[in-house]
Design a protein around this ligand. Structure first.
Ligand code: SF4
Ligand code: SF4
Length: 269
């Protein structure tokens, strides 16, 4: 494990071989079919910002693969489909670097950059970490778990998952470890929906989370599909923006899972 200037390294490769937000035809990789590949910037600098401000970068990177193919490549992704279905791939620079190293250097993905951060974490850092490294090795290397940390999140503050056991190993997609205090993980008490529409305004996929919640409670799967519950990217923006403390993310992700199950079963027939 070594401390690394990850962004500089990525930028150097990209400057030499690709241009940010440019299109690269990777005919060979696409099995002879021309494919548009758009690059979007990935985060990675240690930050002392709280969950809400970090949320923006996490959300935008997640939404990028779908909205990016529309914005960059002018290829709209239909509901329930992936960018690859319209012949587009939009990835962050970390993935582009991994593709470059695999194709040009015959180097498999054996390590990736992990950002360790959080307001309560004193030694925030970007590290190059071998895939399979136990999380506790990384944390011990940086001085151990801070006393006031209540939760460790693997991934970003909104789409990341709480880590139950620090013996778990990093995977190829482990991009960050975030330490949150008890104060930051506290949920506000739930009250009734006041129909303020803030959840809809915040949704990067243009969904209406308050409506999806109502439809899910009514068990109306057809209406959920018609209102694109399957397009939820589980970013959690609706949950963070709701002044009534309604657990919209939990509800919409359950609705999404059930609708996708129905869609998959239908496709098999
Ligand atoms: S419904 Fe909520 S979790 Fe799903 S994409 Fe919209 S804001 Fe994100
Ligand atoms: S943000 Fe919360 S209170 Fe406002 S409309 Fe959405 S669910 Fe209702």
């Amino acid at each position: 494990m070594r401390q690394a200037t990850v962004n500089n390294r990525e930028n150097e490769h990209i400057k030499n071989h690709m241009t940010r937000r440019s299109f690269v035809k990777l005919s060979a990789l696409a099995g002879g079919t021309a494919m548009l590949v758009g690059l979007s910037a990935c985060g990675g600098q240690p930050s002392s910002t709280g969950p809400s401000s970090q949320a923006a970068s996490s959300t935008s990177s997640s939404a990028n693969s779908r909205s990016g193919s529309g914005i960059i490549a002018s290829r709209q992704v239909p509901s329930g489909c992936l960018p690859i279905d319209v012949g587009a791939v939009v990835d962050n620079v970390c993935t582009a670097l991994a593709v470059y190293e695999a194709v040009q250097k015959n180097k498999p993905l054996v390590e990736n950059s992990v950002t360790v951060t959080g307001e309560c974490f004193p030694k925030q850092a970007n590290l190059m970490v071998r895939v399979g490294t136990p999380l506790k090795y990384i944390i011990d290397y940086l001085g151990g778990v801070p006393e006031d940390a209540a939760k460790v999140i693997s991934g970003g503050p909104m789409m990341g998952k709480a880590v139950a056991n620090l013996d778990a190993a990093t995977l190829k997609g482990t991009g960050g470890l975030l330490f949150l205090t008890r104060e930051q993980t506290k949920r506000m008490p739930e009250s009734s929906c006041i129909r303020c529409g803030k959840c809809s305004e915040a949704c990067p996929m243009g969904l209406e989370p308050f409506l999806l919640r109502r439809l899910y409670k009514a068990g109306d799967m057809d209406a959920l599909e018609a209102n694109a519950a399957q397009d939820c990217i589980m970013c959690g923006c609706c949950l963070y923006s709701c002044p009534a403390g309604i657990p919209l993310l939990d509800i919409v992700s359950q609705a999404r899972g059930q609708v996708m199950g129905i869609m998959r079963a239908r496709a098999k027939k």
